[in-house]
Design a protein around this ligand. Structure first.
Ligand code: PLP
Length: 422
């Protein structure tokens, strides 16, 4: 077969884009070469519906071993007693949990999308808002921080069957203990979606959700630095609540319901090539090198936040506890859209983002979200964070001056050559 140069040339262009630019999208990272090698391996050829040792296909002896290694390493990394490594993505992991734990029409309580939550936590355009009765809590306008007394009030009012915590754009740590007390008070399950900070959580740099939450979901490709994918975890298995049964009427433990929520509930055959890549990433995340990495991610974010604040940028909640921050650009008379476009011109990649109580549309927005997971993998340190913010500030202040922007782009490209990628 002829090599498909059309696609491979584009892949080469994307590699070049990643190499020459400064990557600040909070949900992105650069995975290792061995993770990519596994993701591009012959395992992509294999069907393996079911779980290790209990498959609906022959020839699974090798992938059984690989998937079991991934499960064991995920459990070790997060101190869990149960894990399902098959979700194709974070959204799929959440879909499987919802299907396992809820009936259509049940009330749920999630973190508002426009305050930093995720689409799968009840947005009306997502299955979670279409199939369930979605309610939301948010941050306080003055502080940008969640007031847990208000979450309790809301939970008492709406009596959710599941409370969801975790976010795509919240720079503060979560009080999982308090949330569990609220969940227990209203007889609700508590799900933590730790997709963003999971790498920091795995290595003990943030509060541990597994200690208090019934179920935890995460993506594997953000701070965790693995392949694109999802993961579901529990510290302890428990009897299913509300007498939920399988379609055959059997009462099962939560672990079985969750396994069934993944397959056959929401997915077909697992991606064993990605599961192998997850296994490798979990082992990497258990290393001392990764521990240094996550410590640096956090340090870098805190210095970056400091530098933004010193230049008059308003960070929601005033700073960060994790790897990212959400910046309100209204006092700079900029929109998120303009910031994203301007920084794109100088090869700095960020994303526009709604800020709490935003009056602009999601296509325009009043904010931008930045994170340090990818640049830290690239080897950048504290002083580099200050320099990045200087470059951003210069570009945004001169957003209509193409000559200045093109000079900044040259600076960015020349600088990034010093941080080789792959
Ligand atoms: N949950 C949270 C909190 C996220 O931030 C994201 C992705 O941004 C997801 C779930 C969805 O993950 P995926 O894009 O892998 O479906």
């Amino acid at each position: 077969m002829k090599r498909d140069s059309l696609v491979f040339d584009l892949i080469a262009r994307e590699e070049d884009r990643q190499r020459r630019g400064i990557e600040l999208i909070a949900s992105e990272n650069f995975t290792s070469k061995q993770v990519m090698e596994a993701a591009g391996s012959v395992l992509t050829n294999k069907y393996a519906e079911g779980l290790p040792g209990k498959r609906y296909y022959g020839g699974c002896e090798v992938v059984d071993k690989i998937e079991q290694i991934a499960i064991d390493r995920a459990k070790q990394l997060f101190g869990a007693t149960w894990a399902n490594v098959q979700p194709h993505s974070g959204a799929q992991a959440n879909a499987a949990v919802f299907l396992a734990c809820l009936k259509a029409g049940d009330a749920i309580l999630g973190f508002d999308l426009s305050h930093g939550g995720h689409l799968t936590h009840g947005s009306p355009v997502n299955f979670s808002g279409k199939l369930y009765q979605a309610n939301f809590y948010g941050v306080e306008e003055e502080t940008g921080v969640i007031d847990y007394d208000k979450v309790e009030e809301k939970a008492l009012a709406v009596q959710p069957k599941m409370i969801i915590c975790g976010a795509s754009a919240y720079s503060r740590d979560w009080d999982y203990q308090r949330l569990r007390e609220i969940a227990d008070e209203v007889g609700s399950l508590l799900l933590a979606d730790i997709s963003h900070p999971s790498g920091l959580i795995a290595r003990g740099l943030l509060n541990d959700p597994l200690e208090h939450c019934h179920i935890v979901t995460t993506t594997t490709h953000k701070t965790l630095r693995g392949p694109r994918g999802g993961l579901i975890l529990m510290r302890e298995d428990f009897d299913n609540p509300w007498g939920l049964t399988t379609p055959k009427g059997e009462i099962k433990k939560m672990s079985s319901l969750l396994d069934m929520g993944v397959f056959p509930g929401t997915q077909g055959g697992p991606l064993e090539h990605i599961i192998a890549a997850k296994a490798i990433a979990f082992e990497e995340a258990l290393s001392d090198e990764y521990m240094h990495y996550v410590v640096q991610v956090k340090k870098n974010a805190s210095i970056m936040a400091e530098e933004f604040v010193s230049r008059g940028y308003q960070i929601i909640s005033g700073g960060t506890d994790n790897h990212m921050m959400l910046i309100d650009l209204r006092n700079k008379e900029l929109t998120g859209k303009l910031a994203e476009e301007t920084l794109g011109k100088v090869d700095i990649t960020i994303n526009k983002n709604m800020v709490p109580f935003d009056t602009k549309s999601p296509f325009v927005t009043s904010g931008m979200r930045v994170g340090t997971a990818a640049v830290t993998t690239r080897g950048l340190k504290e002083d580099d964070m200050r320099k990045i913010v200087q470059l951003i500030d210069r570009a945004l202040q001169n957003h209509s001056d193409e000559a200045i922007l093109s000079k900044i782009k040259e600076e960015v490209n020349a600088w990034m050559v010093q941080f080789p990628l792959y």
